[in-house]
Design a protein around this ligand. Sequence first.
Ligand SMILES: NC(=O)c1ccc[n+]([C@@H]2O[C@H](COP(=O)([O-])OP(=O)(O)OC[C@H]3O[C@@H](n4cnc5c(N)ncnc54)[C@H](O)[C@@H]3O)[C@@H](O)[C@H]2O)c1
Length: 250
Amino acid sequence: MFEGLLEGKVAMVTGGGRGIGESAVRMLSQAGAAVIIADIDTVTAGAVADDLISQGRKAHALALNVADFDALPSKVAMAAELFGGIDILVNVAGITAANPITEITASGWDRIMDIDLKAMFFLTQEVFKLMKEQGRGGKLVHLSSLAAQRGGRSSDASYAAAKAGILNLSKCFALAGAEFGIYSNAICPGNILTPMGKSLSWSQKDPKTYIPIGRYGTPEDIAYAVLFYSSCMSDYITGDDMKINGGLYI
Ligand SMILES: NC(=O)c1ccc[n+]([C@@H]2O[C@H](COP(=O)([O-])OP(=O)(O)OC[C@H]3O[C@@H](n4cnc5c(N)ncnc54)[C@H](O)[C@@H]3O)[C@@H](O)[C@H]2O)c1
């Protein structure tokens, strides 16, 4: 239904090997983008890339640990070589934690901040520089969370704080990028059934008892918003965040 929308564009998706990232990769690819599936898990990323290539699409799996900060410049340069630059960056890679507030340790805190927040900043900074050099604008999309807006419940305070940081950094990139046609927007998913979602306590509840829409979210529910923020459909929107949670934030 959206074939051709992203024809000629190149999208890099971190955490694209499974869950929300995989769904985003498949939707961007269906819309015509060449996709770079950047994930620490090269097996899942490779399988997604192989599947898309077998359908005649442009795709490549890139081994990337987003928290390997020193390697980010060379990884972005490598990604930009593949299909001719980068037009869309989707920051999906992330981990969660679910410790009671009294049991969060300094090392656990640092791990969450490194992967969920610091990596988002330094990878986006690198791609932002490239987009400025390219001179053809760009779309930056970041996965935050409902936890950023109402505090961590199943996930913990360190995760909620990192995801709240993403909302702010997204606005900073939006301000810095506007004059160059570089857009930055964030997405705040509620309870989405993915491998990460299944590790959290909400997945043991009956969604009809607490989610107004009465079901968990699917990765596709989130991928539609990724597509929206990655395309010309959102060309007058920057520094925004979309809540996709079945009514959990009413
Ligand atoms: N599932 C939910 O309910 C939910 C809700 C709100 C926000 N989110 C956010 O959405 C994003 C995707 O969540 P998901 O549920 O699909 O998670 P997931 O655990 O199912 O998938 C995460 C992906 O990120 C990759 N990854 C993890 N660490 C990495 C690293 N250091 N470098 C590169 N890749 C790495 C994993 O290999 C995996 O492919 C995350 O940022 C998450 O915080 C998820």
